[in-house]
Design a protein around this ligand. Structure first.
Ligand SMILES: [Zn+2]
Length: 94
């Protein structure tokens, strides 16, 4: 499993990840087990480095005929299939 696939899986399960120094915390604790927990341990360093850059979210590329997963950090990412920057900014309901 790639890091982005793992992050997408955890996001779909409603798991929140937090970096505390060199430790990676997740909650709720009961959701992750077995294979996913082993994957999380295997990708720990990479995930910690990503979390330190800001708010992390995985989306499906909004481009036409593209189903690539895109990692957004603070609302900004890049689709490697389109080689295109993707920026998702929060909007306010009027
Ligand atoms: Zn794309």
């Amino acid at each position: 499993m790639t890091t982005i696939e793992l992050l997408a899986t955890l996001q779909a399960q409603g798991v929140k990840l937090e970096a505390h120094g060199d430790k990676l915390r997740y909650c709720p604790s009961g959701v992750i087990a077995g294979e996913t927990l082993r994957e999380l341990a295997a990708h720990k360093e990479e995930i910690l480095a990503i979390l330190k850059r800001g708010k992390v979210e995985v989306i499906t590329c909004p481009g036409d005929d593209c189903d690539q997963r895109v990692l957004l950090v603070n609302g900004v990412g890049r689709c490697h299939q389109h080689n295109m920057s993707i920026s998702v900014h929060a909007k306010i309901v009027n």
